[in-house]
Design a protein around this ligand. Structure first.
Ligand code: 26Y
Length: 801
């Protein structure tokens, strides 16, 4: 991409301000500046994108298509500037103009088209695919409203619509000429043609227009621009509503609802059905497009499709892609079942992100039929053929067929369909991939072991270190140069500074500065004044019982009661920082948010505490807020019940920014521990094996621990008495834990959690030692760059190299 001197950039900015915003440098607003910068960038991106597409067609290489119901991309301005090589010059020009670059960039709304980890992972992957120069595009939905905006009113979560498209979204290009029709519902009839083959025709279907909006995905310093294609649902203009405008308006609104909302949960029947329609909408529009482009651009028979296309499905949400590709190959391209199936099963690869039974997608047959009857027929056929194959080829598994079946008890099991139709099934961390093989999908592993593999997650170090933490980036560049920008594993070069006190002090200075920035954010958002010299202990992630925010709170309650018991007690001052959205209908999760606020209210204002502990809840945790939080974190709380967090990626973000993990041996924590060594991480609690053993034997005796352990009882009783809320406000939480026999092992792990905090705080007293731990975490974090992850996907699964 073009490089600009400061003068050139400034001239270009002036030109854009005049032409696009009808204003001048002298009296411009931050909004004008933001859109003018976007316009400069967009010119560069479009240019490079045209080149990338051209070379791709010429090279005729295999392409990866990443299908995901979620892309949590956040803001793009800084990341695009960085990758295009324009971040420094833009920052300098803005600063010389007396503008604060951060303020200008904050004009961009977060694109919150995702719930959490899985959506953010998809965004990091796109950045790495482009930065490594691979041919790969993302496909998702352009939700009119993204993940809800969280407001806290009197300690209670309120959900507001996320109106992210209120202003023009500068990065997208509407491509109406590439719109496709997606058909829902109706009936199917079949006839036998002259060759004795079945021909299927569809009637009375509802046709929806899928309009693509393309967002360029800029590779780092390599002139590559891939695409993220987001589909939007519209009413086709040729549909006639018999001149009844009221009907037409209703019809239009109904259709547009398909891409109306990102679903934060699936609590209502209507919501669930719409979600299912969204899934089919995504895969049908995408796969139709891939086939069409393949035929137009490559001039090859469709039987070679899999040689040029691989489709990675991000969890089971895009699994209907499997029957949809079958449908197109058979009903539209005229292939027979076996030929079509052979192509499909060489095209699809499935990533699993959870082993929690309640999160594995299952859809009633009646609903799948309603979404698209032909798709259901194909799923049914896939199931019958698969069951027959197991019966014939694996006699030892005959009594397991009911468990393996894709359809059982009138329910379609999406993960089973995904496994049967894919050539690869991967977990997202080593431990998780083992659990999948040994437990979750053990029966499938027994008959198709070759499909199963692991790809440990990663995060893009460009966003999570280079743009989020310029202070640390600068320090690292000074120390080891900038080879790590393209080869993040080079961060290990920092080992040279392990005993260098002056470097370690500089590292501590950078952290302190980042804590000051976060302190200001906290003050602006909550009015709470925190001490930048206290330890910043951070737990930010979606709110879920298995993630155990409640364990964190119980510990804070314990600390508070210790102080109350003995006000002169010596404790390391600490700031406990939370950020978490709860699914709108998840009652217990919302109660935990309330509890955090009530505890904060009491602790932060108690004179006995004397500011030694502060509790802060930052509302509306999202990608942008995370960019302020990660660089300031010192303790990274990763305390899920062992075996339940597939990987976690916040753990990697904080590690890369020099925080030390305090966590269980779960998800990717296990690999973090292995890399940094047991001395540079604080591990506590049951192992995943222990948890699974207890689960298989009906759990452990929670009540007994509660009755006999004073520390546990003290913390739990605080929920029942009125210490943190009038009218027994947290009775629900108290009884929820005890009457369900504590399924997340809060009480079982409580003591070892309290103890590991003591160890961590004792360690913190030795500043040099702490800085060394922090450095060790940073220098080993290159392993968790998504560049490493994508390299592995590209080599082992996608076969792009
Ligand atoms: C079916 C629907 C309601 C649904 C929607 C979203 C189900 C699940 C999800 C999202 C799951 C998710 O974000 N999982 C997380 O994926 C991360 C990336 O692999 C992991 O790091 C993390 O452990 C896992 O919980």
């Amino acid at each position: 991409m073009k490089t600009y001197s400061k003068t050139e950039f400034r001239e270009r900015l002036e030109m854009k301000l005049t032409n696009k915003r009808n204003t001048t440098l002298e009296d411009t607003t931050d909004t004008d500046l933001f859109y003018a910068i976007c316009s400069i960038l967009k010119d560069e991106i479009n240019q490079a994108s045209v080149e990338t597409k051209k070379t791709n067609i010429e090279r005729k290489k295999r392409q990866i298509n990443y299908l995901s119901m979620e892309f949590l991309i956040g803001r793009l301005i800084e990341s695009n500037l960085l990758n295009a090589g324009l971040l420094d010059v833009c920052n300098e020009v803005l600063t010389e103009l007396g503008r604060d670059p951060k303020k200008v960039y904050s004009e961009e709304n977060d694109a919150g088209l995702g719930n959490g980890g899985l959506g953010r992972l998809a965004a990091c992957f796109l950045d790495s695919i482009a930065s490594l120069g691979y041919l790969g595009n993302g496909f998702g939905i352009r939700y009119r409203y993204g993940l809800f905006e969280q407001r806290i009113v009197n300690g209670t979560q309120i959900e507001l619509p996320d109106n992210w498209l209120q202003e023009v979204y500068p990065w997208e290009t509407r491509k109406i000429d590439e719109a496709v029709h997606v058909n829902f519902g109706g009936e199917v009839s079949s006839e036998v043609d002259e060759h004795g083959n079945f021909k299927f025709t569809y009637h009375n279907q509802e046709t929806v227009l899928a309009v693509p909006y393309d967002v360029g995905v800029v590779g780092y310093d390599n002139d590559v621009v891939n695409q993220l294609r987001l589909w939007s649902a519209e009413l086709p203009s040729n549909i006639i509503d018999h001149g009844n405008y009221k009907n037409r308006l209703e019809h239009m609104q109904n259709v547009e609802r398909i891409s109306g909302f990102l679903y934060p949960d699936d609590s209502t029947e209507e919501g669930r059905f719409l979600r299912l329609k969204q899934q089919y909408f995504l895969v049908s529009s995408t796969i139709q497009t891939l086939i069409k482009q393949f035929k137009e651009k490559y001039d090859l028979p469709v039987t070679q499709f899999h040689e040029y296309h691989c489709i990675q499905i991000n969890d089971t949400h895009p699994t209907f892609g499997i029957p949809e590709l079958m449908r197109i190959l058979m009903d539209e391209e005229g292939l027979g079942w076996d030929e079509a199936w052979s192509i499909v099963t060489k095209t699809f690869a499935y990533t699993n992100h959870t082993i929690m039974q309640e999160a594995l997608e299952k859809w009633p047959v009646s609903q799948v039929q309603k979404v698209n009857p032909r798709i259901f027929m194909i799923i049914n056929e896939i199931n019958e053929r698969f069951c027959r194959e197991v019966y014939e080829k694996h006699p030892e598994m005959r009594d397991k067929i009911a468990d393996l079946a894709v359809i059982s008890n009138d329910v379609v099991h999406m993960s089973k369909l995904a496994i049967v139709g894919s050539f690869s099934v991967n977990g997202v961390a080593a431990l998780h991939s083992e659990i999948i093989k040994d437990h979750t999908f053990n029966d499938f592993y027994k008959i198709q072991p070759e499909k199963f593999n692991n790809k440990t997650n990663g995060i893009t170090h460009r966003r999570w270190l280079m743009t989020a933490n310029p202070g640390l980036t600068h320090l690292i560049n000074e120390a080891i140069g900038d080879a790590w920008h393209k080869s993040p594993q080079e961060l290990t070069q920092l080992m040279r500074y392990y005993n260098d006190e002056s470097f370690l002090n500089k590292l501590a200075d950078v952290k302190l500065e980042n804590k000051r920035v976060l302190k200001e954010v906290i003050y602006q958002k909550t009015g709470i004044e925190v001490d930048e010299n206290s330890v910043f202990d951070v737990q930010v992630k979606r709110l879920h019982e298995y993630k155990r925010q409640l364990l964190n709170v119980l510990h804070i309650i314990y600390l508070y009661n210790e102080i109350k018991r003995k006000p002169s007690i010596k404790i390391q001052p600490r700031t406990f920082i939370f950020g978490a959205k709860a699914a709108p209908s998840y009652h217990i999760a919302k109660e935990i948010i309330k509890l955090i606020h009530s505890v904060a209210q009491v602790v932060n204002n108690d004179a006995d505490v004397d500011n030694r502990i502060k509790v802060v809840f930052l509302e509306n945790y999202n990608v942008t807020l995370a960019e302020d939080i990660m660089p300031a974190a010192e303790i990274s709380e990763q305390i899920s019940t062992a075996s339940m967090e597939a990987s976690g990626t916040g753990n990697m973000k904080m590690m890369m920014n020099g925080a030390v993990t305090l966590g269980t041996m779960d998800g990717a924590n296990v690999e973090i521990a292995e890399l940094v060594g047991k001395e540079n991480i604080f591990i506590f609690g049951l192992s995943s094996e222990e948890v699974i053993n207890y689960q298989n034997n009906g759990g452990y005796q929670a009540e007994a621990i509660y009755q006999t352990d004073g520390r546990v009882k003290g913390a739990m009783d605080a929920l029942k008495n009125e210490q943190f809320g009038r009218d027994f406000a947290f009775n629900d939480l108290y009884y929820h834990v005890l009457t369900n026999n504590d399924p997340y092992f809060l009480l079982k792990d409580f003591n070892s959690y309290v103890d590991i905090h003591l160890t961590a705080m004792a360690t913190y007293q030795d500043k040099k030692k702490w800085n060394q731990m922090s450095l060790m975490n940073i220098l080993k974090s290159g392993q968790f760059s998504s560049d490493r992850t994508i390299q592995q996907y590209a080599t082992d699964i996608w076969k792009l190299v």
